[in-house]
Design a protein around this ligand. Structure first.
Ligand code: TXA
Ligand code: MG
Length: 350
């Protein structure tokens, strides 16, 4: 199949793009589109066959449920009728935005969308392109991240093209996303509500809004123990670059020295190496492929570039990547969650 690629130009012509995309969704097809977190691969969330196609295009295990995207709070009633007070508070505070909430599902929501679970994950994206697409489609849109299963999530249209060209009907190019890592996921069917995936909406922000929350033991552990995560997708190897990635943790000057040493060792053996550095440390590294992921003064800058830096190393054919570690406070929790997964838990503690 040829994938139609259309750019959003913020002109009256965009209207036709949304109409064409909505028609594809209506016919059970697949449309990739930008959200504020990462690009999503959308299909009609209430159409079994369409949801099943998403799994096929991504090569995604069928027990890994999709997130339903809505454009207005009223649409939540189509997929769930059990929305408690704490959920309402979170919705008021953080929707539209990068927060996914899990509710008991209504019968009408196909098990193909929820990976066989009787709960459903719902989020209201704030990105104007996502908003317009959902509204024009007049349905709820099931959308996982628009990458091949296991690869880093896409933060720009070219990433989606690399992974899914020829496998999906349409790609709406709305430029680079703002946040760069996927939404925070909260299970609202348990008390206290439970954090299943850290994201841009941080634990302190959630606790400020609804008081105490619990954390999925799978996240709290070092994830080497055989604890099953409550978000099925979290158990898979994820965000993985082709290279072997090692995270080096410790006092920053020692980390820099260790990374220089490790990279040099691998270079001497003839391997292509890469280093993930920050604005603060970039000047201290020797060797060719040093990539700046952001500044330590602004965690959001690190989140924003994490996946694109991993993809860049893939393109260069890098075989070993060494990365600095980051604090796990606030947004750092989500950054380290993604980085540790990308590294397959290879952490060198100094
Ligand atoms: O920011 C995001 O959330 C992006 C954009 C496109 O909205 N979407 C995204 O979807 O990251 P995906 O499919 O890559 O990740 C969805 C995660 C998976 O880990 C999945 O297991 C979990 O959400 N999930 C979905 N429904 C669930 C449910 N009913 N119970 C527990 N976990 C669920
Ligand atoms: Mg994903």
């Amino acid at each position: 199949m040829d994938t139609i690629i259309k750019k959003i130009t913020n002109s009256p012509e965009d209207k036709e793009v949304y109409q064409q995309a909505a028609q594809i969704i209506h016919n059970g097809g697949l449309v990739a589109f930008p959200t504020e977190t990462v690009y999503g691969l959308g299909a009609d969330g209430m159409n079994k066959a369409a949801a099943a196609q998403i799994y096929q295009a991504k090569g995604r295990p069928s027990d890994n449920p999709l997130i339903i995207h809505i454009a207005e709070v009223e649409e939540l009633g189509r997929v769930s009728e059990e929305v408690n007070e704490k959920a309402k508070k979170l919705m008021k505070e953080f929707w539209p935005g990068p927060l996914t909430l899990i509710f008991r599902k209504k019968e009408e929501v196909p098990f193909e969308t929820t990976g066989g679970l009787d709960t459903v994950a719902v989020r209201m994206p704030s990105h104007p392109v996502a908003q317009k697409l959902i509204k024009e489609s007049r349905t709820v849109i099931a959308a996982p991240s628009a990458n091949t299963s296991g690869k880093p999530s896409p933060t720009q249209a070219s990433h989606v093209k690399e992974d899914l060209y020829g496998k999906i009907d349409m790609l709406i190019d709305g430029g680079n996303v703002g946040i760069g890592i996927e939404s925070t996921i909260m299970d609202m069917t348990v008390e206290p509500p439970m954090l299943l995936r850290p994201g841009y909406i941080t634990m302190p922000m959630l606790e400020q809004a609804i008081g105490k929350i619990q954390v999925d033991p799978f996240l709290a552990g070092d994830m080497k123990e055989p604890v099953k995560p409550k978000a099925p997708g979290m158990k898979y190897r994820h965000y993985a670059p082709k290279a072997e990635l090692f995270i080096v943790e410790g006092e920053l000057s020692q980390v820099v020295a260790e990374i220089n040493y490790l990279a040099e060792e691998k270079r001497k053996q003839g391997y292509k190496t890469g280093i993930i550095a920050t604005e603060e440390t970039k000047g201290f590294y020797c060797g060719d492929s040093v990539r700046v992921i952001g500044t330590r003064k602004d965690e959001a800058s690190i989140a924003k570039h994490l996946f694109s830096v991993l993809r860049e190393f893939d393109k260069m054919g890098t075989e070993y990547i060494f990365s600095e570690a980051f604090s796990e406070e606030n947004l750092g929790q989500a950054i380290m969650n993604r980085l540790i997964k990308a590294a397959g838990h290879q952490i060198i503690r100094l």
